[in-house]
Design a protein around this ligand. Structure first.
Ligand code: HEC
Ligand code: HEC
Ligand code: HEC
Length: 449
């Protein structure tokens, strides 16, 4: 008996020791023994700035009031709020003492310089795919072109014991896939470049791929049909980017996707919600070849008819619903004609690329209704393409319309013109009214220097 206990004890000590070693070890970086970059070339610095745009570092590591990259943005997690950190090259409060290898470990592996593990709110599960060259250029940019700012990091709200960081090392081991992006022979160069941008620096999946109960993205590349199949995050539903004709990009051409990412609009849709932020600070700065590569890659992802339902077709029948005699009998029709049709059209078709159609839009056909409720309550942030602000914007109706009125008008929208997204309940509107704050919707373009 004693012997058995001893053996058990030994096993426990060994396992605990193994775990302790594992969670405190320093992962290797290919830059571990690389000398500091001396006098980086202008090309390298410009490339680094471009990679920072691809990765949209500024959107998370700044607040509307802070200096660029000084951190402090609050991010909700199921456990409590955490705050982004100061990644300016300030030596005391920022990353001024980070070597290239330290920087690499933070960005690609989620390990800070003092070896504490980062929460995956920092999208290192995607950034791990970034190439060594992009990481080197990014580092040179941060160290040489970003203004150092003294601003201490804010501690997270997460309470003990959930604030212990070492379990994140185990989380990482189970849920992230190591290694930089490896080109696939099945795709041509353009496809591979697109896959690299979408999966790696662009981290599109962090919003568009559904997450498991563990908060890990359910897929990190096209080998799974769940990759980019649509997900709810922070009160916005980021729809499928796969070939689904209703709720995805099935009816979009590569040119349509390109225009949307470059100018923020096309005949099908205009950016809003968190996509407006991704557009304002990231996608519009991507060069034409990269945007074409992304469009090409996305068009290669097949849809799922079982999830997507009967393909949408415009239905003229609704014309009668908005006629004077019928309008009052249909809840929502009256509000639509009074408050929405001026812009979106009584036929729901919008106005070319300026005002998006509600007829046949992904948000009108998806079961998840959060995006439509959220944008009707809170409006959309300003869309600024090549420095030119939009002429029309979705106004907030938070003050003007009750929960029931918003539920009715969106139920009308989602069941008109062939739409079949399903009704909206007043309770859904109430919940989002309480959990969203129009004042917190982030502003326009954050300057990087
Ligand atoms: C979606 C939001 C988001 C984006 C985009 C993002 N980060 Fe982060 N980052 C975070 C959060 C949140 C933390 C802090 C995590 C924690 O405290 O565990 C963080 C931490 C870091 C750290 C560790 C800093 C320290 O103080 O030790 C570095 C370095 C970093 N990020 C660099 C970058 C770079 C470079 C990019 C762009 C390629 C980037 N981040 C993009 C959210 C983001
Ligand atoms: C911060 C979250 C977030 C990130 C990151 C993000 N998106 Fe989105 N995206 C959304 C949301 C929310 C919507 C729905 C609102 C809209 O249509 O503008 C959306 C919509 C879209 C649409 C329009 C879909 C439709 O059917 O109307 C496209 C195309 C798109 N995103 C592409 C991308 C690509 C490509 C990337 C990566 C480079 C990306 N997104 C990164 C949140 C995000
Ligand atoms: C002043 C013009 C204007 C009015 C009035 C207006 N909208 Fe919009 N709406 C827009 C614009 C422009 C967008 C695209 C996002 C942006 O650029 O702000 C939009 C986007 C939307 C979207 C997201 C797109 C989608 O496919 O789902 C919904 C939903 C929407 N509006 C519903 C409504 C409803 C409901 C009303 C009336 C209560 C309304 N809008 C009134 C201009 C308007």
């Amino acid at each position: 008996m004693k012997k058995l206990l001893l053996v058990l004890l030994l096993i426990i000590v060994l396992v605990a020791g193994g775990v302790a070693w594992f969670v405190t070890r320093t992962p290797a970086s290919p830059f571990d023994n690389v000398a500091a970059i001396q006098a980086p070339s202008e090309d390298l610095l410009q490339h680094g700035e471009y990679v920072a745009r691809l990765g949209d570092c500024v959107a998370c590591h700044s607040t509307p009031k802070s200096a660029p990259f000084a951190g402090g943005l609050e991010m909700g997690t199921p456990l409590g709020s955490i705050f982004t950190t100061n990644i300016t090259p300030d030596k005391e409060t920022g990353i001024g003492n980070y070597t290239l290898a330290d920087f690499d470990r933070a960005v690609r592996q989620g390990v800070a310089r003092d070896r504490h593990r980062l929460y995956p709110a920092m999208p290192y599960p995607s950034y791990v795919k970034m190439s060594d060259d992009d990481i080197r250029a990014l580092y040179a940019y941060f160290m040489n072109r970003v203004e150092p700012v003294k601003q201490a990091d804010k501690p997270s709200d997460i309470k003990w014991p959930m604030n212990m960081r070492w379990p994140l090392a185990l989380w990482n081991a189970v849920f992230t896939e190591g290694g930089t992006y490896q080109p696939k022979t099945a795709g041509d160069d353009q496809w591979n470049r697109g896959a690299y941008l979408v999966q790696g620096p662009g981290h599109c999946g962090s919003c568009h791929t559904p997450r498991a109960i563990t908060m890990a993205e359910k897929a990190l590349d096209e080998s799974s049909p769940l990759y980019l199949s649509g997900a709810l995050l922070d009160g916005w539903y980021a729809p499928s980017l796969r070939g689904d004709p209703n709720t995805g990009l099935g009816r979009w051409s590569e040119g349509d996707i390109y225009a949307f990412l470059k100018t923020g609009r096309n005949g099908h849709a205009v950016v809003f919600g968190s996509m407006a932020d991704a557009f304002n600070n990231s996608t519009q700065f991507m060069n034409d070849d990269d945007l074409k590569a992304i469009s090409h890659y996305l068009k290669s992802l097949p849809g799922d008819p079982a999830r997507d339902g009967t393909p949408w077709q415009y239905d003229e029948g609704t014309a009668q619903n908005v006629s004077l005699s019928n309008r009052e009998k249909i809840p929502g029709a009256q509000t639509f004609v009074a408050k929405c049709s001026f812009c979106h059209g009584v036929d729901g078709r919008g106005k070319q690329q300026w005002i998006p159609p509600l007829a046949g839009s992904a948000a009108s056909l998806a079961k998840e209704n959060a995006s439509q409720i959220n944008v009707t309550l809170n409006g959309s942030s300003r869309v600024v393409a090549s420095g030119i602000p939009d002429a029309y914007r979705m106004p907030p109706f938070r003050q003007q319309l009750s929960d029931q009125q918003i539920a009715d008008v969106l139920t009308f929208v989602r069941s008109s013109w062939g739409n079949h997204g399903g009704a909206v309940a007043a309770n859904d509107v109430k919940a989002l009214r309480e959990h969203t704050d129009p004042a917190s919707s982030s502003p326009i373009i954050l300057q990087m220097r």
